[in-house]
Design a protein around this ligand. Structure first.
Ligand code: SAM
Length: 350
């Protein structure tokens, strides 16, 4: 087999995709001749017919659950409040239905698709839109970083004018939604907002408050830098094929003034992850382990006491603001004892 070929796809499927592409090209030429704009509504019957034509099935591994309710597709676009100044990034082009809608409102849409057959099918759908840039690409370099091709494409578009605003809007592939949201808050280019469809369970974690079962490092990290709200909860029925769980559209609005209040954001990121790593343990023992080799037990106790935290305090009881203050106290103490201006935590959790 050709090394570049995905083992998931048989040769007949590849041939069928090519034949379908040729047929679509002929249809396009006919349409152009008749001067008719193309409108494809992403319905269950349309999608299943398109997949059947090329002999493929949606790929679970890539989280291929297509949104088939036009009102909800429109709702994602509306939530992003797109303007002609916007450079909007979509991760997961799918068949291009949200892409096409957003292209009507935004200055530029950069859309990224990992699956080469979907990329090809979407190219046919979107080819008449000259403000759409398609990337055939895994959007992630690894679980901690977005791919540089994606970041560079965004930077290039932002460089076109000083008024350009970067936004993320997508029906995200569920298996990579957490790293995408989390990484973008640490990236070279941070979206002004993220309006995305994710699993309801992840949405609950993003908006969770201290003391609740869903409250964790992700809640603190994202709420520390952004306002987060659930716009709409959606049942599996609005997707094809249907996922097993509920979903939600969320809106995450970046607050640059909050970002500016962190002297060292990387340290905070590591601190929060480490402090929530052993949820059931008392904060004291988690902190002792996290700063092992940098601070001794009396130094850890002194910091906790100064913040009014006794030996039975747990991380999950603290608000984001309290954790930010505590983090800064630890950071300054580590900087003092190590003599390093920007110290790195000894143990950063999993
Ligand atoms: N935008 C379409 C819609 O709303 O119906 C499709 C959304 S579907 C939930 C997610 C899409 O993301 C799929 O087309 C899948 O192939 C693509 N995808 C999955 N993982 C990806 C990755 N790491 N990078 C880029 N695209 C990815």
């Amino acid at each position: 087999m050709d090394e570049t070929q995905d083992p998931d796809y048989p040769a007949e499927a590849i041939k069928a995709v090519e034949e379908a592409a040729a047929a679509a090209a002929a249809a396009r030429a006919a349409r152009k001749a008749a001067n008719q704009p193309k409108v494809n509504r992403q319905t269950v019957s349309y999608l299943s017919r398109r997949f059947e034509e090329v002999g493929l099935n949606p790929n679970k591994r890539h989280g291929q659950n297509f949104l088939v309710d036009l009102n909800l597709i429109q709702m994602i676009s509306n939530t992003a409040k797109l303007t002609p100044n916007d450079v909007v990034l979509e991760i997961g082009t799918g068949m291009g239905s949200l892409t096409g809608l957003m292209a009507l409102e935004a200055g530029t849409v950069i859309t990224v698709e990992i699956d080469e057959y979907l990329y090809q099918m979407a190219s046919e759908e979107l080819e008449e839109l000259d403000n759409v840039i398609m990337l055939k690409q895994d959007a992630l370099k690894n679980k901690n970083r977005m791919h540089e091709n994606v970041i560079n494409a965004v930077k290039e578009q932002l460089a076109i004018g000083p008024d350009r605003v970067f936004k993320l809007a997508a029906n995200l592939p569920y298996n990579v939604a957490t790293p995408i949201i989390s990484n973008f808050l640490r990236s070279e280019v941070v979206p002004a907002s993220m309006s995305v469809t994710i699993q309801k369970e992840l949405a609950d974690r993003l908006v969770a408050k201290p003391g609740s079962k869903d409250y964790g490092s992700l809640s603190v990290w994202v709420q520390g830098l952004c306002d987060v709200s659930i716009v709409r909860v959606m049942s599996p029925k609005v997707f094809w094929p249907r996922p097993k769980v509920d979903s939600a559209i969320i809106h995450i609005e970046h607050r640059p003034e909050r970002r500016a209040s962190f002297p060292d954001l990387d340290f905070f990121y590591a601190f929060v992850r480490a402090m929530f790593f052993h949820r059931r343990k008392f904060m004291r023992s988690v902190a002792v382990a996290a700063f092992k080799g940098q601070l001794d037990k009396p130094q850890v106790d002194e910091i906790l006491q100064a913040e009014g935290l006794g030996p039975t305090a747990r991380t999950e009881e603290l608000s984001g603001v309290e954790l930010q203050k505590l983090c800064e106290a630890f950071r300054q103490q580590v900087a003092k004892v190590t003599g390093i201006d920007r110290p790195v935590m000894a143990n950063q959790g999993g």
